[in-house]
Design a protein around this ligand. Structure first.
Ligand SMILES: Cc1cc2nc3c(=O)[nH]c(=O)nc-3n(C[C@H](O)[C@H](O)[C@H](O)COP(=O)(O)OP(=O)(O)OC[C@H]3O[C@@H](n4cnc5c(N)ncnc54)[C@H](O)[C@@H]3O)c2cc1C
Length: 393
């Protein structure tokens, strides 16, 4: 049965950016009803947690395992928000060990990963639960309805009202719309959703709003780095060679080793069941293509084990994996924006009552959680002042 829903505000996406925006918005608008619509099975987006039916008791953070905040310009909004997360004990300083693996035959300086500069923080729960906690903090009386496994495929703006249609035909209506994803504003939507016009362009014709035209122009030049993540469920006898009791342990590969073994970083994640989960990230395009084109997934998995074991041969901490470890492979379609960032000045259109947030906006947090959080905080500030106070009480 198709359903028709009406809200004060609709948010597309359930990643960290949408969660921060929803939470701050609820804090400032205590009587309004919000719907948050997410295609995935839960919150977190690219910083979420795999809870598998097959591997009970495991929680593997398969996107961003932690996050780093640089805030070199000392933005107070961001600083205060991170302090708030710390005070609420939602996050803690990440003191996990970080090891750079390098080729002994090559002199290489430490590669500066965009994911390690500044201060690093760890969720006190799983990454998906962090997004949930952020929303719950200000969600008194259940003012947010969460819709999962709901893919929005069409947007319309008529008579000062947004109408969203999902893949299965559900209709959502609201005066205001927040897009925390840029899928519906980017040309990749044509292929992914099998449509012939970018949904935002279809909803707002060219020359109707300069800001929207500019936003779409910037996005037209934005590209995405594809990624693969391998989730390794070790068997109960697997452990470190040395004594190490902290939750995480990160291994970063310097360029020559990344080229050789195809892995970018390897994160050991101690589970509540005391087993060791291993999450391996790769963004090596040839390796990703070889997976996409491989007809034999088992053979590809053997290659991952082989690379892992050769890489850690003789390592004082890490034991070899053997063939009875389980591995699951996750392919990210559009994992990290790159190239052209969108200016923050284009975040809100008063004329069309639409706002945007996410890691695809300009700044030092571009492509990272820092950018997702900051853009959400800035958007809520703009929303407060530019939405004619319609939503405030
Ligand atoms: C493998 C990997 C490792 C990473 N490591 C780090 C790290 O170490 N540190 C760091 O800071 N960052 C890291 N990142 C980047 C970080 O994960 C992202 O910057 C951040 O999670 C983005 O959050 P967001 O809310 O802006 O977007 P997203 O998390 O992408 O949220 C957008 C949500 O919208 C949903 N959605 C999209 N279109 C629709 C639609 N039409 N209908 C309904 N729902 C829709 C998506 O499913 C998604 O959940 C990593 C990313 C990946 C993929």
């Amino acid at each position: 049965m198709k359903i028709n829903f009406s809200y004060d505000l609709l948010i597309i996406g359930g990643g960290i950016s949408a969660s921060v925006f929803a939470s701050k918005h609820l804090q400032n608008n205590i009587k309004k009803k919000i719907a948050l619509i997410e295609v995935g099975r839960g919150l977190g987006g690219r910083s979420s947690t795999r809870i598998s039916k097959r591997f009970k008791g495991w929680k593997l953070n398969h996107g961003a395992p932690n996050f780093n905040i640089c805030n070199s310009k000392g933005n107070l909004l961001l600083k205060n928000y991170i302090d708030e997360l710390l005070e609420n004990k939602f996050i803690k300083v990440d003191d996990s060990e970080l090891i750079f693996l390098c080729d002994e035959n090559k002199l290489e300086s430490v590669k500066k990963s965009e994911f390690i500069s500044g201060n690093s923080y760890l969720s006190s729960f799983s990454m998906s639960e962090l997004s949930q906690k952020i929303i719950d903090l200000n969600n008194f009386n259940g003012r947010v309805d969460l819709f999962f496994e709901t893919l929005i495929v069409d947007l319309k703006f008529n008579n000062n009202e947004w109408t969203l249609t999902s893949m299965n035909g559900d209709i959502f209506k609201s005066k205001y719309l927040i897009c925390s994803t840029n899928l519906l504003s980017h040309k990749r939507s044509l292929k992914i959703l099998n449509i012939d016009k970018i949904p935002l362009r279809k909803a707002i014709p060219i020359n109707e709003d300069k800001k929207i035209d500019l936003l779409l122009n910037f996005l037209d030049k934005q590209l995405f780095i594809p990624r693969l993540t391998f989730l390794i469920y070790t068997n109960e006898n697997y452990s470190y060679k040395d004594f190490y009791s902290r939750k995480y342990r990160y291994f970063y590969l310097k360029k020559s080793l990344e080229n050789k073994y195809k892995f970018e970083r390897i994160i050991f994640q101690l589970q509540e069941n005391n087993k060791l989960g291993i999450v391996v990230h790769t963004k090596n395009i040839d390796f990703i293509n070889s997976y996409v084109n491989s007809k034999n997934e088992d053979l590809f998995k053997q290659k991952i084990f082989k690379n892992f074991n050769t890489l850690f041969e003789g390592n004082p901490s890490v034991n070899k994996l053997n063939a009875n470890e389980e591995i699951s492979i996750m392919k990210w379609r559009a994992s990290q924006p790159t190239g052209c960032a969108v200016p923050l000045s284009l975040q809100f259109s008063r004329k069309y009552q639409i706002g945007f947030c996410g890691d695809w906006f300009e700044g030092e947090g571009f492509g990272r959680i820092e950018g997702s959080i900051l853009s959400a905080l800035l958007l809520e500030e703009k929303f407060k002042t530019q939405s004619n106070n319609f939503l405030s009480i």
